[in-house]
Design a protein around this ligand. Sequence first.
Ligand SMILES: C[S@@+](CC[C@H](N)C(=O)[O-])C[C@H]1O[C@@H](n2cnc3c(N)ncnc32)[C@H](O)[C@@H]1O
Length: 263
Amino acid sequence: MKGSDRKRILSLLRDLIYQLTGNYYPEERMRIFEYKIERLLKNIGMDRESPEAVMTYFMGKGRDALIDLMTVPETKFFREREQLEVLLDKVINGIPAPEIASVGCSTGQEPYTVAMMLRRRGRTGRITGFDISLGVLEKARSGIYQIEEIRDIPEDYRDFIKVKGNVFEIKEDIRVMVNFKRANIIDPSDFSGFTGTFDLVLCRNVLIYFDRSSKEAALKNIWTILKREGVLTISSTEILGKEFHDLFEPFKVGKFFFYRRRG
Ligand SMILES: C[S@@+](CC[C@H](N)C(=O)[O-])C[C@H]1O[C@@H](n2cnc3c(N)ncnc32)[C@H](O)[C@@H]1O
C-alpha cells in the first residue's frame, strides 16, 4: 500500500470510529490505533486495497468487526468494589428492587458483580447491561469466564459461581437478574424504550474515551433513561466537568462522588 493511501485510510477510519461510537483517538493513542487497524486489514486480506474499497467494506459488512476491535473492553469482577458498596448501602439503599443500567458493560463482569452484591445483601433488583460491541455482549450473555478470573471474586461470593474445569459460570439465580442489550450510548433511538427507567446508571470507564461532544450526547441519553433523582456513577478515577452540572448535580458520600439527575 502506498504511504499516502495508508495515511488516508487511517485518517478516514479514525473519523468513522468516532462517528459510529463516539470513541475519539487522540494523538497519544494513534500508535495502538495504527497497529490494530493494520493487523485487521492484513487478517482480512485488505491491506493492499484502495482507501475507497476499505471504507466501503467498513461502512458495510465490516462495521461490527471494526467496532469490536476499536472499543476497549477491559473490565473485571468487583472493580472498585468499595465504590459499589457505598452505592448499594448508602445511596440506593432505600430502593427495594432497584432498576440498574450498566452502560458500556463490556463482557458482563460489572452487571453480574452488582447482582451478586444485591443478593448477598438479601436484596433483589434488575440490571440491564448495554454495550455497542456485539462481541462483548455474546460473552456477557454466556455467563462463562476463564478460571483465572476467579481471583477477582471474593471468597464469600464464590457460591454464586460454578466451576467447570478451566472455566466457571454464573449461577442461574444471579443470571435471572441480568439482561443485555446492544445500544450505542450516543444514539438516542437505541434508548427510546427506556425513558425514565433507571434508579442508577453505572457508566464507568467509558466516557474517558470520548471527546466533549460525544460525552455530551452520551450524558443526555443517560439523563433521559434515569428516573427523576436517579443517580449516575462514573469511575472514581473520572470526573464529570462543570459543563455537565446543569444535567447532573455532584454529591459526595464518604470519599466518593456521585451525580444526581437534575430536573
Ligand atoms: C473499558 S470498558 C468498561 C467496562 C465496565 N464498565 C468497567 O468499568 O469495568 C468500556 C466499554 O464501553 C463500550 N462502549 C464504547 N463505546 C460505546 C458506545 N458508544 N455505546 C455503548 N458502549 C460503548 C465498549 O464496547 C466497552 O465494552
